[in-house]
Design a protein around this ligand. Structure first.
Ligand code: PLP
Length: 464
């Protein structure tokens, strides 16, 4: 199995990024609960024939859809070790918890957070944002909110129109409701308009509401914009709100010296959510929440329970435990694959990979600029390029570009995704994978032009 997977990662480029799933393959997954044992080799064979060829393909260099990391063989091996150890990182006195604490300290230092800060591995940034929102709620209403709920308080949060949907979802999950989220418009560079932010907070306060939480974004999911974190930090400080940064993929650009200055202000955040599984190249899943005031994080989640009694010696020592910092009690050893990845490649190398994906995005941007049949739809801030095929007067460009992307997926050559930018359907290339090269950018351009020509030709003929 190990040989198979090493072989797979070595020869990724020879496979399609993705391929349509034959119905016969899908049907094999409707078999009933197996009562009797089956030889491991047979199940492994099913994996090789029916699962491996039909995954999303984000390890492939041609994958550039959504924001997906590529993973590494080092991360894969660390996952194997973690699974073999079968450690439960909820708590107790064990070195695996020290590994997680060490990664948390590395992140604390990277983001310039103080020694009293705390960090926790979670599934992803969706969960990390949710945790941050709950801690901000504790900071605003006090620990008694855990028993009494928010009662008559009308808590209001702020984010930009470019924010990820999980911010609104966090408001829903918390019971505060997404009506309590003010979606602040963006400026021309797709950043939160900070003047409008400040006006909105003051208006809400004057109306008797309780503004409490600002979620800025470092690397918006649509176009990769970075909010003006310093300005937002000042507003939060002046008006007494919690300053959170959703840095799902962008925050780790702190590792790249040429990009880090653009995150200025992130070190002032009360909390930062980010994913090691995106730009950090750690295999799924490996989200992280870093909180400036670790005491508040404990105040939000720690619970006394007889069966979780703490001691100063023996296995039940080592308090506070990770389960005191978030809603999960049983937790896997996610920290190990991040710990291995950071050590084996080194933080500088990870930063170079991040900067490299941004350089590829700029290359792609330049090619689009030089090609009259293609049009750039948003400025390229980091590693995301939104563009479209625009040749063919009077044709429905949204339809054509949507069809181009489906055909690209089915070609198996490259896999961008789509989004809507200023009302136009965009082909969106998010370059995250360390394996992606200029040749993949060239393939994207070549195939887009070929498909665009073919599709508009058909549409032109149909119109006649
Ligand atoms: C990916 C992403 C998220 C969601 O993170 P998950 O790890 O998928 O839960 C949130 N915000 C931004 C900006 C993202 O790019």
């Amino acid at each position: 199995m190990l040989d198979d997977m090493l072989e797979y990662t070595e020869h990724l480029r020879e496979r399609p990024v993705w391929q349509p799933i034959p119905q016969e393959v899908r049907d094999t997954f409707s078999e009933a609960l197996p009562r009797l044992p089956c030889d491991l080799a047979i199940v492994h064979d099913r994996f090789m024939r029916h699962i491996l060829p039909y995954a999303v393909g984000n390890a492939h260099p041609g994958f550039m859809g959504w924001v997906h990391g590529g993973g590494t063989p080092v991360g894969m091996l660390a996952e194997m070790l973690a699974a073999g150890l079968n450690a439960n990182l909820g708590g107790r006195d064990q070195i695996p918890v020290e590994v997680e604490r060490q990664v948390a300290r590395w992140m604390r230092d990277l983001f310039g957070f103080p020694p009293c800060s705390s960090g926790l591995f979670v599934t992803g940034t969706s969960m990390a944002n949710f945790i941050a929102l709950l801690i901000a709620r504790t900071a605003t209403l006090g620990v008694q909110v855990r028993r009494g709920g928010i009662g008559g308080h009308r808590l209001v949060a702020y984010t930009s129109a470019g924010a990820h949907g999980c911010i609104a979802q966090a408001m829903e999950l918390s019971g505060m409701g997404s009506d309590g989220l003010r979606v602040i418009p963006m400026d021309k560079l797709f950043r939160m308009d900070t003047l409008l932010l400040e006006e909105a907070i003051i208006a809400d306060r004057n109306a008797g509401l309780t503004p409490f939480f600002i979620a800025a974004t470092a690397g918006t999911v649509n176009v990769g914009a970075i909010d003006d974190l310093s300005a937002i930090a000042q507003i939060a400080k002046r008006l007494g709100l919690w300053f959170h940064v959703d840095g799902a993929y962008g925050a780790l650009a702190m590792l790249a010296p040429e990009i880090a200055p653009r995150l200025a202000g992130i070190q002032l955040a009360d909390s930062i959510a980010f994913d090691f599984h995106k730009w950090g190249q750690v295999p799924y899943d490996a989200g992280f929440i870093l909180v400036r005031d670790g005491g508040l994080q404990q105040d939000t989640f720690a619970s006394p329970a007889a069966y979780l009694q703490r001691e100063t010696r023996g296995l039940a020592a080592g308090s506070p435990w990770p389960c005191d910092l978030g809603p999960d009690l049983s937790r896997g050893f996610r920290a190990l694959k991040a710990w291995f990845t950071i050590q084996v490649y080194g933080a500088d190398k990870l930063g170079e990979v991040i900067a490299g994906t941004c350089a590829l995005a700029r290359y792609l941007q330049q090619q689009i600029h030089d090609e009259s049949r293609l049009e750039l739809l948003a400025p390229v801030s980091l590693n995301i390029v939104c563009f479209r095929y625009c040749s063919g007067d009077g044709l429905n460009l949204d339809e054509i570009n949507g069809a181009i992307v489906v055909a690209l997926h089915e070609s198996g050559i490259v896999a961008p995704s789509t989004t809507t930018v200023n009302g136009c359907l965009a082909i969106r290339a998010a370059i995250v994978n360390h394996r992606t090269t200029k040749a993949d950018m060239d393939a994207l351009l070549r195939e887009t032009l070929l498909l665009g020509y073919g599709l508009t030709k058909k549409t032109r003929e149909a119109a006649i």
